[in-house]
Design a protein around this ligand. Structure first.
Ligand code: ADP
Ligand code: MG
Length: 229
């Protein structure tokens, strides 16, 4: 369960101060699937990064499963993320020196698994996202859409209970995008909480609730007619 109370986030550079998040109040129940929408620059990625413990808020409270984590140090945030939070990054963040399989296996390093179980889990997601034939390739040998799918494989391979996805279908054609949304829906039905940033109304229709941001503020929240599992 995620509770954000009066969250503000400022970015300061030498000349300008930007307020990326303004007074965000948001509760997300376990097992919910949330879509975040809004124009470019309105704070969607910043909100996801705060929820995913990649950024600290400048002020406000963040309760994650009952713990106040807003002021956690980097090392505490890293520990909490391990194996628990799967992140699909807007610009992939794949490691160029590692193969597709090795990139996907990274989150499994935190789990107590033997080598063959690790391999099995990697193969399962490779198959599921139809990228097995690229398992030994390096990220720069792949198209944007393929890199996106590798990023999604890495985010879900450890069965995290919280999946955060920043425009997961942004680089995919309509058919591949639909497959990714079906995968996210299936993981949600199996119990994962999902928070996804999207520009696509089609993707947003898969969510229980759609939150619109404008200029760092939540302006609307709309419930879709989908039952919470
Ligand atoms: P979105 O994902 O909705 O496009 P972002 O959350 O990336 O928006 O950015 C929100 C605002 O914060 C923008 O004005 C952006 O320029 C600014 N911003 C985001 N990250 C940083 C950063 N690391 N340093 C300075 N400004 C930032
Ligand atoms: Mg963004």
């Amino acid at each position: 369960m995620i509770i954000l109370k009066q969250i503000n986030k400022f970015f300061e550079t030498e000349e300008v101060q930007t307020q990326a998040l303004k007074n965000i109040n948001l509760e997300v129940q376990e097992g919910e699937f949330i879509a975040i929408m809004g124009p470019s620059g309105c704070g969607k990625s910043t909100l996801l990064n705060v929820i995913g413990l990649l950024e600290s808020p400048s002020s406000g409270n963040y309760l994650l499963d009952g713990d106040e984590v807003a002021n956690f140090k980097e090392s505490q945030r890293t520990n909490l993320r391990k194996g628990n939070i799967g992140f699909v990054f807007q610009n992939f963040h794949l490691i160029n020196q590692l193969t597709v399989s090795e990139n996907i296996a990274l989150p499994l390093a935190y789990l107590d698994l033997n080598k063959s179980d690790r391999k099995k889990k990697v193969e399962e997601v490779l198959d599921r996202l139809k990228i097995s034939h690229r398992r030994d390739h390096y990220p720069q040998q792949l198209s944007g859409g393929q890199q996106q799918r590798v990023g999604i494989c890495r985010a879900v391979v450890s069965n995290p209970k919280l999946i955060l996805a920043d425009e997961p279908t942004g680089n995919l054609d309509s058919k591949n995008g639909k497959e990714v949304m079906e995968l996210l829906t299936e993981l949600n039905k199996q119990g994962a909480t999902i928070i996804m940033v999207t520009h696509s109304q089609r993707d947003a229709n898969y969510a229980h609730r759609v939150i619109s941001l404008l200029d760092g503020e939540i302006v609307t929240e709309v419930e879709n007619e989908i039952e919470l599992f």
